[in-house]
Design a protein around this ligand. Structure first.
Ligand code: XMP
Length: 512
């Protein structure tokens, strides 16, 4: 095990992720409880994360002394480097040498940290982000790499296996960073790289059992990958102490609710309450055209329906959520200052307090691609795991204007054909998200010998890494032509198809 002591960096989870990628188990422990964590885990190595504090302040956080007394290898990153040097007898200076962004370090000395990656005399790109810097090294340390602005960019006490770096090896902007971290855990700490997602699964299950005990858990299932993987994991951990609730707002993709119900109830035998609340939702959305009001209405009704159903099954002690790590960072980094609400996202916020439930969030440490891997480990079919993201408010935000059953039917049909064409062309996995939008606009057409006056369907497809920015997908015209022809021929109610070539920004992925 590698113990990662968290001093509050935005990217501490990336350290854990890189260690996982090197096939080694790690646990992140906040610096306040790092001593307990160390005693409990008996780690073979420790990594001290970055963080916003300054070691120059008297009460700034410190690594527990036991880490240095134990004799295990230690890697300090950024703030971790500074506190390590300060605690071992070096000096740190504040303020004057702030450095953010790309820098180049020159390798001055061979080290197991650089083994097979960097050679002496070479220059390599790294990512810096710091306000303070170390000015005097503790006894036994020497400089192994330097940059013009950070003469002590990488330092080592090879005898004690202590390494301290000013830059961030865990981020992708330090292109060789993952290899340096892998050297630290394999070559320096001597850990084998035999840890896998299967092991992660077992640990997550043990952690859920410990948290939940013999309590009851409910999980809102949306049909998406995240909530499904969370539910599967919890079911493996506590079996029928888990009840899943699918609030079916009638705004899912064609056949999706039925598929999810069949998969969970019949295939996996997981208790699932399927609530058909479509009349309630569609009724409330019928005359509403304002996108924010639509979103808020759906959010409010979702909580009402979910709460009612949860009461019917006798309540629960825990609410399970498929929160991912990027959701956690986003919510943390936005608390600092005023940010503009572009769209109010639909979630079950407020529900745990209202119903006096504790949260179970087994995916909080993972990234989307890791969740997909975990889903495979749990036996979810590939076709399900690879699904494009789908927004909580569903098709309501792909139908500008008021929502009616007829419009939902038209949109579901068009969307299904479009996705079918994409799958047949082998493009599904190259696209982050693809969907149809039904415009509240009718245009004149001619079909057979008659005049038509029907709706316009817009097609959208984007590539993206995380949904925060996106580029429209450059289909070839032949593909678009055949998808459009099929939609117009097969879907009653549409006589024209257009393609959306807006990226994000300035557009958003969804239309509302
Ligand atoms: P936008 O439209 O903001 O979408 O560019 C970015 C990503 O988020 C999804 N999305 C949502 N997901 N609840 C969700 O769970 C929502 O209210 C919501 N709104 C947008 C969208 O599908 C895209 O993947």
């Amino acid at each position: 095990t590698v113990l990662i002591v968290d001093f509050g960096s935005q990217v501490t989870q990336l350290i854990a992720r890189r260690v996982r990628e090197a096939g080694v188990y790690s646990e992140i422990v906040p610096f306040q409880s790092a001593e307990d964590g160390f005693r409990r885990l008996k780690p073979k190595a420790v990594i001290l994360s970055g963080g916003p504090a300054s070691t120059v302040d008297m009460d700034s956080p410190r690594a527990p002394q036991i880490v240095f007394d134990s004799g295990v290898p230690v890697l300090g990153i950024c703030y971790g480097q500074q506190t390590m040097c300060a605690q071992l007898g070096g000096a740190v200076e504040s303020g004057h040498h702030r450095e953010f962004g790309r820098a180049f370090v020159e390798v001055l000395k061979a080290s197991p940290l650089f083994d097979g990656v960097w050679e002496t005399g070479q220059k390599h790109q790294v990512w810096m982000s710091h306000g303070d810097r170390v000015t005097r090294l503790p006894d036994g340390f020497e400089v192994i790499a330097a940059s013009p602005n950070a003469p002590l960019a990488a330092t080592a006490d090879e005898a004690r296996h202590y390494y301290a770096v000013q830059f961030h090896p865990e981020v992708v902007h330090t292109p060789d960073g993952a290899k340096l971290l892998s050297n630290f855990v394999h070559k320096i700490a001597g850990l084998k790289g035999d840890w896998t997602m299967a092991a992660y699964k077992d640990q997550a299950i043990a952690a859920i059992r410990e948290q939940v005990g013999d309590g009851k858990v409910i999980c809102g299932l949306s049909g998406g990958v995240d909530s499904s993987v969370a539910a599967m994991l919890i079911h493996e951990a506590v079996g029928d102490q888990l009840t899943c609730i699918l609030v079916d707002h009638g705004l899912m993709r064609k056949n999706e609710a039925a598929e999810v119900v069949a998969m969970f109830r019949e295939h996996y035998n997981i208790p699932l309450v399927h609530v058909d609340a479509s009349d309630t939702f569609i009724g409330a959305l019928e005359g509403e055209a304002d996108p924010e009001k639509k979103r808020k209405t759906i959010g409010r009704l979702f909580i009402d329906v979910f709460e009612d159903e949860a009461k019917k099954v006798g309540g629960a002690d825990f609410l399970a959520q498929g929160t991912l790590y990027p959701d956690v960072i986003e919510s943390v980094s936005f608390t600092g200052g005023p940010s503009v609400t572009i769209k109010s996202h639909h979630n079950v916020g407020g529900l745990p307090e209202r119903m006096n439930m504790q949260l179970v969030e087994p995916l909080r440490e993972l990234f989307k691609d890791e969740v997909r891997e975990l889903g495979k480990e749990l036996g979810l079919p590939d076709s399900f795991i690879g699904r494009h993201p789908f927004p909580g408010p569903g098709l309501a935000i792909r139908l500008p204007g008021g929502v009616t059953r007829e419009k939902i039917r038209i949109l579901q049909e068009a969307d299904a054909i479009y996705l079918d064409e994409i799958r047949k062309s082998g493009l599904y996995d190259a696209i982050w998200q693809a969907f149809a939008v039904l415009l509240p606009v009718q245009t004149v057409g001619v079909m057979g010998d008659g005049r038509t006056y029907e709706y316009v369907c817009a097609l959208r497809a984007v590539t993206s890494v995380d949904g925060m920015t996106a580029d429209f997908y450059p289909f070839d015209m032949e593909f678009l032509g055949s998808a459009a022809t099929r939609i117009i021929n097969e879907v009653r109610g549409i006589n024209r198809v257009v393609y959306d070539v807006t990226s994000k920004p300035p557009g958003t992925i969804e239309w509302e």
